[in-house]
Write a protein that binds this ligand. Structure first.
Ligand code: SF4
Length: 101
């Protein structure tokens, strides 16, 4: 297993996100405090929201939870990747760091 996670500050960070139409995206970075990734079929960012701007300027978003239990970076529905990237795929925001075990 990678680094231990003992507090919210240890969350995997979102290194980049090119989903510029998301409320939390400022200059291709995520400014949500934490996102949730995954649903039944794909590593979608569940926090993606088309809306006027939101988030916390100056903050780099982290992965608060991830439902992709079949990803090699996932343990107990938490992400242990050092950092992730999120990108547009078919109109959705998707974790591009996902790697099936
Ligand atoms: S890298 Fe894997 S565990 Fe981490 S957020 Fe993406 S899909 Fe979830």
């Amino acid at each position: 297993m990678a680094k231990p996670i003992n507090s919210c500050t240890d969350m995997s960070k979102i290194q980049a996100c090119d989903v510029t139409e998301c409320a939390y995206n400022i200059e291709r970075n995520c400014h949500a405090i934490a996102i949730t990734v995954g649903n039944t079929e794909a590593a979608r960012c569940d926090t993606f929201y088309r809306h006027k701007k939101g988030g916390v300027k100056g903050l780099t978003g982290g992965v608060g939870a991830c439902k992709m239990s079949d990803c090699k970076f996932n343990t107990d529905l938490e992400c242990y990747a050092d950092a992730i990237k999120v990108a547009t795929n078919g109109g959705e925001a998707v974790c591009k760091t996902f790697a099936r075990r």
